[in-house]
Ligand binder design. Sequence first.
Ligand SMILES: Cc1ncc(COP(=O)(O)O)c(C=O)c1O
Length: 325
Amino acid sequence: MPITPTKKIWMNGTLVDWADAKIHIGSHAVHYGTAVFEGARCYDTPRGSACFRLDAHMTRLFDSAKIYRMQPTYAYVELHNAVLETIRANQYKACYIRPLVYRGYHTLGVNPLPVPVDAAIMLWEWGAYLGQDALTSGVDVCVSSWSRAAGNTFPTLAKTSANYANSTLIKMEAVLEGYSEGIALDTAGYLSEGSGQNLFLVRHHTIYTPPLSASVLPGITRDSVITLARDLGFTVREEMLPRELLYIADEAFFVGTAVEVTPIRSVDKIQIGNGRRGPITEAIQQAFFDVINGRIEDKHGWLEFVYEGEPRQPVAAATNAGRTS
Ligand SMILES: Cc1ncc(COP(=O)(O)O)c(C=O)c1O
């Protein structure tokens, strides 16, 4: 589905019309992938529109920029506020948020240092990334023939456009083979992550996820899910995981801003558990959707309300009713 245009895109401090948000073909980022970006979401909660962990996303944006020696021209607070301003300018209740810091137009030598660092914030409407049905029924995935980048090659703690060249290879292969997603291993053969989501599995009531040293993006949803799972009393272990543990897992699921919490029902045509969303996955999904939809008290301070005067009182009691998707 093509993107539906919004009214305004923020570019270097100015809100410009969607149709005018253009860069020169000679921009460094177009040629060499010299851009870092974020993907966050704003949710339409009963208490008003709220961004989920915008602080954490903007911190990761600045971390990514630092790794690439790409000092943004705008301070953290300015870019953070610009996100809220752009949502208000487009009068969105809910949206996907894409801040981008990129090397602009100056020279096309590989050395990016002389090239100006530009910034933009684009928003669009984005529903369930792998389809609404995926959230309840789960997805069929494969282990990719492509590995995630080896340590000390493309830094995976940075969310850089360049890393998504690898993601597109993983995704294309999976889709062309008839799967929804691909799971990449790291170059040592351990489980890493999906093309655009972190991976969890459950075995004997313990939850496992690959550590940051397994070439994964330090996902904000990953961190939130670890916190919520521990709140629920589960043991969560971050450790190097052999590929075959996935096949014998009781449950497996993806997490990420786009996929939120999506169950995996098969890997390489091997059924995971009973081939349906498992009970631990469902409990975590429920906890996650309760927070992002403002149905329970935001005890970790993860929601940031967008519009002036929106009520912020905590919701009295958790409810299991409503959206699990
Ligand atoms: C490669 C990759 N891993 C993991 C994630 C999940 O990160 P987050 O939860 O911060 O969206 C993403 C999403 O952007 C991603 O692209």
